[in-house]
Design a protein around this ligand. Structure first.
Ligand code: 87F
Length: 512
């Protein structure tokens, strides 16, 4: 796999003036792997060649380049505006946490302990005591919640921070999907009543659904995690779950937990109610991470590279001048500049590729690899006819439109691409869903990389048993979630794994 990003992979600069055939051959080098042939290599190649990611010399750590960070910023802009409406306030808590405080919630930290990274030295001398790097911030924040919350008038307390966290994972690292350091927002809130907490859990989950479906154009299912898969420190966990058809794996997109009063007990977070009595708060926590970008790449990318939904594309329209030999290059350049100006003025993220050391053909491949939703070509013929040629990244369709209609046409096309990407992804995901009733059907569906919807008795022992019985090289099957959107469960339906009466439909499968 090439590691040099766009340039090296395409045979370097200077391809511009070369013969067409030669240029084509060079651009082909851009993507060596096909999505359906070698998904893992294809994915690495897409994130590097699109200039989202640069590999780094520490395993599981990646450089997020502007093409990734600008997407993250667009998601952040939406989410921040929405949580502001819910009265969330921005905070920043320290990166470091003492062992003492981290261990305070022993029960839930136990299982996670091997992933905690520690600082033990400054320069050559040992620190008096090792200091942990936050894997999540419950233990960092909640001692201060205890201090800040005195009376019912201090509630609700709603805090959100955007930060990095470190989890020293040992399983196969993958850019965005599983990295040792990643970016997220973590919301932590405290309420006087469970009802308020319950309501917020679902409000936030809906925002996560919107991030995936309305921005990233990735279909997700909202649901509740099983007792085994929930956050052990909390009362219940809800999540949005996506599915990657190529690998047949489910992937948790984001989680919204109701913590109940567990942490209030541990950290002594209490308030005086209207009647003067002390009560424990009800808490929530919720997060989504840069993993969401990886899910989007896996969902929409194709053999030419990345495919970006317009709402998160750093550049929505790339304008490329196509100056033939004797053409009026100045007039073409001016027409291109005017198109970009008009689009920018109308609020679109449009840009012009004026580089003279690359041919138009090379630029087409380059911007296709980067997933830009629309390409506008302006050549001598377009100039003469006062038109522009627009090419869609999602389906390759080309249209010539009068330059005068540019803004309306671009708007309509971007909306159509956004809708089409979600629709296509949903069709592909839905085609993978298999409703099963028996253990045999279950294992067959699992081998066929299906997203399994199964009637389940909802017993932890049974889920453990399913895990044990499906253990293998590809990893065990588990519950992904119990979707809120439940099909009818006819009286007498039995659990696929235990044969006991089924209580609910749940999604099962292998997962990331
Ligand atoms: C890894 C090491 C140490 C996950 C960890 O989901 C601790 C943990 O507590 C840990 N990995 N978790 C669970 C995180 C729960 C919760 N935190 C706030 C969230 C949302 C944001």
């Amino acid at each position: 796999m090439s590691s040099g990003g766009g340039k090296g992979a395409k045979g370097g600069k200077g391809g511009g003036g070369g013969k067409k055939k030669e240029v084509k051959k060079e651009t082909k080098l851009g993507m060596a792997y096909k999505k359906d042939d070698n998904f893992g290599e294809w994915y690495s190649e897409v994130v590097v060649n699109s200039e989202m990611i640069e590999y780094y010399d520490i395993s599981g750590c990646y450089i997020l380049r502007p093409w990734a960070m600008e997407i993250w910023e667009l998601l952040k802009e939406f989410f921040d505006a929405e949580i502001k409406k819910l009265k969330l306030k921005p905070y920043y808590f320290p990166l470091f946490v003492t062992e003492n405080v981290l261990q305070k919630e022993k029960d839930h930290i136990e299982g996670f302990a091997p992933e905690v990274a520690w600082v033990t030295k400054s320069g050559k001398s040992d620190l008096e005591a090792p200091i942990a790097i936050r894997p999540t911030s419950e233990t960092v924040m909640y001692p201060y919640f205890s201090k800040w919350i005195r009376s019912h008038r201090d509630l609700p307390l709603r805090c959100n921070q955007w930060c990095n966290v470190v989890r020293w994972e040992f399983s196969n690292p993958t850019p965005f999907i599983r990295s040792r350091e990643f970016l997220w927002q973590e919301g932590h809130t405290a309420f006087a009543t469970k009802e308020e907490a319950d309501e917020e859990v679902l409000q936030i989950l809906e925002l996560y659904r919107r991030i995936y479906e309305e921005f990233l154009a990735v279909p997700v299912s909202k649901g509740r995690k099983s007792e085994m898969e929930k956050f052990a420190g909390g009362l219940y966990t809800t999540s949005v779950e996506a599915f990657i058809p190529n690998t047949g794996r489910g992937i948790q997109g984001a989680t919204s937990h109701c913590l109940g009063q567990n942490f209030a007990k541990m950290f002594d977070i209490t308030f005086e109610n209207e009647k003067g009595a002390r009560e424990m708060v009800w808490q929530n926590s919720w997060a989504y991470t840069t993993r969401s970008i990886g899910v989007m790449v896996m969902t929409h990318g194709d053999d030419k590279g990345l495919v970006l939904p317009p709402r998160v594309a750093p550049i929505q329209v790339i304008v490329i001048p196509v100056p033939y030999k004797d053409a009026d290059t100045t007039a073409i350049k001016e027409a291109c500049e005017s198109a970009v100006y008009t689009l920018n003025e109308s609020g679109f993220r449009a840009d012009l590729d004026t580089r003279e050391n690359y041919s138009p053909g090379w630029k087409y491949s380059h911007w296709e690899m980067k997933g830009v939703p629309l390409r506008i070509e302006i050549g001598p013929k377009d100039l003469a006819n006062q038109q522009v040629r627009i090419v869609r990244r999602d389906n390759g369709l080309k249209v010539d439109i009068p330059a005068a209609n540019l803004v309306e046409e671009v708007k309509a096309l971007l909306d159509e691409i956004q809708a089409n990407l979600l629709k296509t992804a949903k069709e592909k995901r839905d085609a993978c869903i298999e409703v099963i009733h028996t253990w045999d059907e279950f294992t067959t569906a699992l081998n066929n990389k299906r997203l399994i919807l199964a009637p389940w008795c909802d017993e932890e022992e049974v889920e453990k048993d399913v895990k044990a019985r499906t253990k293998g090289d590809l990893g065990a099957a588990k519950t992904l979630c119990t979707p809120f959107d439940q099909p009818e469960l006819p009286e007498g339906t039995l659990c696929f794994a235990s044969g006991k009466p089924a209580k609910k439909w749940s999604f099962w499968g292998r997962s990331y």
